[in-house]
Write a protein of this length. Structure first.
Length: 454
C-alpha cells in the first residue's frame, strides 16, 4: 500500500510542477499589462510647428511597435513609426523603454484650419489579441489655427508729449486673448472699452517715458488663443519737450536731518554721510521705482475715474516732472537723477485729497518717498501721494474723488513739508500736469472714448 502511494506521489508531483511551469510560461507570454504612454505638451491649439516629447515603456514583454499619426477629415498621416526587435530569452534584452521627440508641423502636413487628432499607438510582445500584443492608444484632439488675430486702430489722431500720456482705441478679433501697445521694450496692455455692446473694442493708455530717444518703435500688438501674433501700425506723433535742469546743494545739515530716517537701511560700516546719501538716492530710489512699477498688475480692467482731476489746494509748484537734478556737495557734483513727479507745497500738514475716484493699492512706507499712498484708477492709470506725515486710508478701500487720504509732511528724502504727486501709466511715471488740464483730457481722452458710442 505504501509503495503504491509513493508511486502516485512521484507521478503527480512532476505533473504539478510541469503544469505550474506551463502556467508561469503562459502568464509571461500572454501577460495583459499594457504599455505606458506619456506625451507632453498636449496643446489645445496648433499654430506652428510644435515639438512633442514622447515616453513609452513596457516592463514585461517589452516594446514591439510604435505608430504616431495625425488625422484630419478622414485622412491619416504617419508622423513617426518604429519597430523594436525581439532580443534574448523572453525579449529580456529587447527595448523596454523608449524616449523620443517629434514635431507636428501643420504646414508640412498640409493640415487645414480646424480639428485635428494626434494618435499614439503602442503594442508590446505579449501574445494576446491573436498575437498582436497589448495595445495602448492615446488620442489628443487639437485645433489647427494659423490665422493671426485681426488688429485695427480706431483712433486717428494720436499726439503724445515726451514724458506724457497717450490713449489709443483699437479693435481686435474675438479670439484675441491679449493685446496692447509696445514702445520699444515697454508693453502697455489694452483693456475692454466701456461699451459692452462693442466688446471687441479696446482702450490702451500708454506712456512715452521722459528719457525716450528719438524715433522709438511704437506699434499695436495682439495674441490669439492659439498663440498667433499680430502687429499693427497707427498714426502718432511724439512732441519733443525740454525739461528743466536744476542744481541741488546737498549740505551737511541736510544730511544730518534726513539720514536718521534711513537708519534701518543696510549701509556698510565704513560709509560716511555722502556715501549713505548716494546709496539712498541711487540704489534705494531704483528699488522704490521698481516697487511702484510692480503695482501695475493690481489695476482694475474697468475705468474708475470720472471728470476732472483734483490738485492739492492752494499749493505752489516747488519742482516739476522730468526735472534733471544735479546734486552738489561742497562744489563737487556727486549725483544726477530725474524727478518723476510734481512737488506741491501748501501749509504744513495740509489735507491731501484723492485726485479722482480710485482704489487704494498701496498705503505704507516707500523708501525715499516716505509715507505713500497709491490709488488705482483702472486700466493701468494710478496716482501717487508721497512724503505724507499721516495716512488715513487702508489698502483695498475704494475712495471717491476729493476724499482725504492723508496729510502732507516731510517723510523720506524730503527737506520740507510738501506733497510729491505722481501719475503712473502702466507702471511708468508721466507728467501729472496733463491730468490737471481739462482741455487736454477732453482732446486726448474723452473725445476718443465718446466715439465708441456713435
Amino acid at each position: 500500500m505504501g509503495r503504491k502511494r509513493t508511486g502516485i506521489f512521484l507521478t503527480i508531483v512532476p505533473l504539478i510542477i510541469i503544469l505550474g511551469l506551463l502556467a508561469w510560461l503562459l502568464s509571461i507570454i500572454f501577460e495583459g499589462q499594457k504599455p505606458l504612454v506619456q506625451i507632453k505638451p498636449l496643446p489645445q491649439f496648433l499654430s506652428e510647428s510644435r515639438e512633442v516629447t514622447l515616453n513609452i515603456s513596457d516592463e514585461k514583454r517589452g516594446l514591439k511597435h510604435l505608430v504616431v499619426t495625425v488625422s484630419q477629415g478622414g485622412r491619416e498621416t504617419t508622423v513617426l513609426e518604429k519597430k523594436f526587435p525581439f532580443t534574448g530569452l523572453f525579449n529580456r534584452e529587447g527595448a523596454h523603454r523608449f524616449d523620443t521627440k517629434f514635431s507636428v508641423d501643420p504646414s508640412k502636413l498640409n493640415l487645414a484650419q480646424g480639428r485635428v487628432d494626434l494618435k499614439v499607438r503602442v503594442w508590446d510582445y505579449s501574445r494576446r489579441s491573436g498575437g498582436d500584443g497589448n495595445l495602448s492608444q492615446v488620442i489628443h484632439k487639437m485645433a489647427v489655427d494659423t490665422v493671426p488675430p485681426s488688429l485695427r486702430a480706431v483712433s486717428r489722431l494720436n499726439y503724445v508729449n515726451l514724458g506724457g500720456t497717450g490713449l489709443i482705441v483699437y479693435q481686435t478679433s474675438s479670439d484675441t486673448v491679449k493685446s496692447g501697445l509696445y514702445i520699444n521694450d515697454l508693453f502697455f496692455p489694452g483693456f475692454p472699452a466701456d461699451v459692452k455692446s462693442k466688446e471687441n473694442f479696446r482702450v490702451c493708455y500708454f506712456a512715452v517715458p521722459c528719457d525716450t530717444k528719438a524715433n522709438p518703435d511704437v506699434y499695436l500688438w495682439a495674441e490669439d488663443r492659439a498663440g498667433n501674433l499680430s502687429r499693427g501700425s497707427f498714426h502718432y506723433k511724439i512732441r519733443t519737450k525740454r525739461f528743466r535742469a536744476k542744481k541741488i546743494n546737498v549740505t551737511d545739515r541736510f544730511l544730518k536731518s534726513v539720514l536718521p530716517y534711513f537708519s534701518s537701511y543696510p549701509f556698510d560700516p565704513g560709509d560716511d554721510d555722502i556715501k549713505k546719501f548716494l546709496k539712498i538716492n541711487r540704489d534705494l530710489r531704483q528699488e522704490n521705482n521698481l516697487a511702484f512699477s510692480s503695482l501695475r498688475t493690481k489695476t482694475s480692467p474697468e475705468r474708475l475715474w470720472m471728470g476732472g482731476w483734483i490738485r492739492l489746494r492752494n499749493a505752489a509748484n516747488m519742482a516739476g516732472f522730468g526735472d534733471r537734478r544735479s546734486y552738489y556737495h561742497k562744489g563737487d557734483k556727486i549725483d544726477h537723477q530725474i524727478h518723476m513727479g510734481v512737488d506741491l507745497a501748501s501749509q504744513e500738514n495740509a489735507e491731501v485729497q484723492a485726485a479722482n475716484n480710485g482704489l487704494v493699492i498701496f498705503a505704507d512706507r516707500m523708501g525715499i518717498y516716505g509715507l505713500t499712498v497709491v490709488l488705482d484708477h483702472g486700466q493701468g492709470l494710478a496716482t501717487v501721494y508721497s512724503h505724507l506725515s499721516r495716512i488715513d486710508v487702508e489698502v483695498d478701500r475704494v475712495v471717491p474723488k476729493g476724499h482725504v487720504i492723508g496729510l502732507t509732511g516731510q517723510t523720506g528724502l524730503a527737506l520740507g513739508d510738501h506733497l510729491h504727486f505722481g501719475v503712473m501709466v502702466g507702471g511708468v511715471f508721466v507728467n501729472p500736469i496733463e491730468w490737471w488740464d481739462n482741455h487736454w483730457i477732453r482732446d486726448n481722452i474723452t473725445r476718443k472714448l465718446a466715439r465708441l458710442n456713435k
